[in-house]
Design a protein around this ligand. Structure first.
Ligand code: S3P
Length: 450
């Protein structure tokens, strides 16, 4: 099992891009596979999570060819041959690996088919709540059994069913739930509506628009009419701002640093991390330079002494995946940072409130734990420690960043999990640790397969 060994850095001067966005890559695989022709997807995230979704679509009849790959990981540029909404029964149960997004979106896609499918995942995914999708899908007429040892958990046995449209008032602000219901709505006759209690990432709506599937938005209501066939299109996935967040925090917390992250997704439903780091004192600017429905641009950041902040209730869904590394920034900032209303963290790949609190305490930070978050009193010097990732990619990467500011060595154990969302993280970490002068060229080398 691999590990990261990290020591403090005194300088960070770099310009690079991070791999493709995980949320968008899942959706590109699904909509490409449903489309009425051949789609070229560029900068797909070749991570375990997204490759599992791609292979799920293949098992359902949508073949793909790899044009370029990241050696040892998976496709970066590929062509998917869509099935015009007519999927075929898979020969075997479908493995969703570690991916909550993959399993929940696929559950929506498969709820209204003429065949049964079983979806399963790893131990972490098998302990995450699936009732949040099986309940609304059940209201649409789906027949889904949760076969897990833990009630309401995967494996999911999704029987053939005919769906009816519903209006669903979501009890949790979850883009995965919204997307599962909208995908199911594509297979129901009539209009399916989701009401979200707070704004969540809107990549499903944006990508449906790229594939010429209309959705309507009225405040927090999002509606879709069933029966629309996604029109094949080409799509370039921007870099993942949630992956960029690790380096943004490293640069923000190191006075004198300079970092330019290039070609990253700047969808406003994902950029609260930038507001938070600015509020904490980092000097930053972002410029949108292009858009394919999704705004894409560069983020420039220069470090400065940071001060604590309060994460606003409305910001939480927008930066939920960044909270582990924001907590690291908070430990490095002067004063208190308050993160509340974030109970959802307890049902991510790990209970991220507990894993973050334990890790920060092990490194000497002052943290109080709450049921729905934590309060961090920053400014105490961090010291190296051995941190177990618990198989959670964002915990492994967040504590690698903490290690860049700690006295002595920090060892992060069980780090293969970073391949879930950020293949190449170790390469970037190594370049930053060794202050490589070729920092402008951190790009991960792809190999042509065409
Ligand atoms: C995601 C939505 C978020 C996020 C996850 C990806 C998505 O989860 O945490 O990493 O792609 O829709 P929730 O929608 O459950 O909050």
């Amino acid at each position: 099992m691999s590990e990261f060994r990290v020591t403090a850095i005194s300088k960070l001067h770099a310009e690079f891009s991070v791999p493709g966005d995980k949320s968008m890559s899942h959706r590109a695989a699904i909509l490409g596979g449903l489309s009425n022709g051949t789609c070229t997807i560029r900068n797909f995230l070749p991570s375990e999570d997204c490759v599992n979704t791609l292979n799920a679509m293949k098992a359902l009849g949508a073949t793909y060819e790899v044009l370029d790959e990241l050696p040892g990981y998976g496709p970066v540029n590929l062509r998917i041959h869509g099935q015009s909404m007519k999927l075929s029964a898979p020969a075997a149960p479908i493995d969703c690996g570690n991916a909550g997004t993959g399993m929940r979106l696929l559950a929506g896609l498969l709820a209204g088919q003429e065949f049964s499918t079983e979806l399963f995942g790893d131990a972490s995914l098998s302990s995450r709540p699936m009732g949040r999708v099986t309940v609304p899908l059940g209201q649409m007429g789906a027949n889904i059994e949760t076969l897990g040892e833990k009630p309401g958990c995967a494996p999911l046995l999704i029987h053939a069913a005919k769906l009816s449209p519903i209006t669903y008032d979501m009890p949790v602000a979850s883009a995965q739930v919204k997307s599962a219901v909208l995908l199911a709505g594509m297979f129901a006759e009539g209009t399916t509506t989701v009401i979200q209690p707070a704004e969540t990432r809107d990549h499903t709506e944006q990508m449906l628009a790229s594939f010429h599937v209309a959705t309507r938005r009225d405040g927090n209501l999002i509606s879709i009419d069933g029966g629309q066939v996604p029109q094949a299109c080409d799509f370039t996935v921007p870099g993942d701002i949630s992956s960029a967040a690790f380096w943004l925090v490293a640069a923000a917390a190191l006075p004198g640093s300079y970092l330019l992250i290039k070609d990253v997704g700047l969808n406003p439903t994902r950029t609260a991390i930038l507001k938070v780091l600015s509020r904490m004192g980092a000097h930053m600017s972002e410029i949108v330079h292009s858009s394919n429905g999704e705004p894409i641009g560069n983020i420039k950041i220069q470090g400065a002494p940071l001060t604590g902040t309060t994460i606003l209730i409305d910001e939480v869904p927008n930066l939920i995946d960044e909270i582990p590394v924001i907590a690291v920034a908070a430990a490095l900032a002067q004063g208190r940072t308050i993160i509340r209303n974030a109970k959802e963290l307890r049902v991510k790949e790990t209970d991220r409130i507990t894993t973050v609190v334990n890790g920060l305490r092990a490194m000497g930070a002052e943290v109080e734990e709450f049921e729905d978050g934590m309060e961090i009193t920053g400014g105490k010097p961090l010291h190296g420690a051995t941190i177990e990732s618990c198989g959670d990619h964002r915990i492994a990467m967040a504590f690698a960043i903490a290690g860049l500011f700690a006295e002595g060595e920090t060892i992060i154990q069980n780090t293969d999990c970073v391949n879930t969302s950020y293949p190449g993280f170790a390469h970037h970490l190594d370049a930053i640790l060794h202050e490589r002068p070729d920092a402008a060229d951190f790009s991960l080398p792809t190999v042509s397969k065409a």
